[in-house]
Design a protein. Structure first.
Length: 183
């Protein structure tokens, strides 16, 4: 009898023991499946979103309307990924929620966004159940104002640096540079 196929074990990028429902600021990067450039193109120092990219933007901004505890800060939709700063304020959540409602996490926000965007993108493309996003996402807990400002600048300058971006499949890089906001 064949043994069940084992999936490769994935290393967690989450902070051990950290509760991602806590009030705070989070930097996230969500990549397209296989890093395919689905959402538009970079032209000069700006991104021109196509119809799929416009769906991503609509669903991302709609997340704020659906979740009272969420505030959107800077974000950019690139050809194959989204960078964003998200603020979670759990003090806001209970005031507008049904009795017994639980605080929602960063992961539930990302999962809900990805599901909604995937559904609409696949409807438009006529590709039911096709993958649009990579399985996971990158997150970083923003720890102070200086770091927040560096991340905002990184997001704003991302299109201008697309030619050398690690997420750009056409980029030719000799070595993996450190992200500007980590310096």
């Amino acid at each position: 009898m064949d043994s069940p196929r084992r999936l490769p074990e994935r290393r967690s990028i989450r902070l051990p023991g950290y509760d991602y429902r806590l009030t705070g600021l989070y930097f996230v990067t969500i990549c397209a499946h296989e890093r395919r450039c689905l959402f538009g193109e970079v032209s000069g120092e700006s991104v021109r979103l196509n119809a799929l990219g416009q769906i991503v933007e609509t669903e991302w901004t709609k997340s704020r309307e659906l979740r009272r505890e969420i505030a959107m800060d800077a974000y950019i939709i690139m050809p194959n990924h989204l960078h964003a700063i998200v603020a979670i304020d759990q003090a806001v959540h209970p005031a507008g929620s049904a009795p017994g409602a639980r605080n929602r996490s960063l992961g539930s926000l990302v999962n809900g966004f990805k599901a909604a965007a995937t559904r609409r993108i696949n409807e438009l493309r006529g590709t039911p159940e096709s993958a649009v996003w990579q399985r996971n996402y990158y997150e970083h807990v923003v720890r102070n104002e200086d770091e927040l400002n560096r991340i905002r600048e990184y997001i704003a300058l991302n299109p201008a640096k697309w030619a050398a971006d690690l997420e750009n499949p056409a980029a030719v890089l000799a070595a993996k540079p450190t992200a500007a906001w980590e310096v």
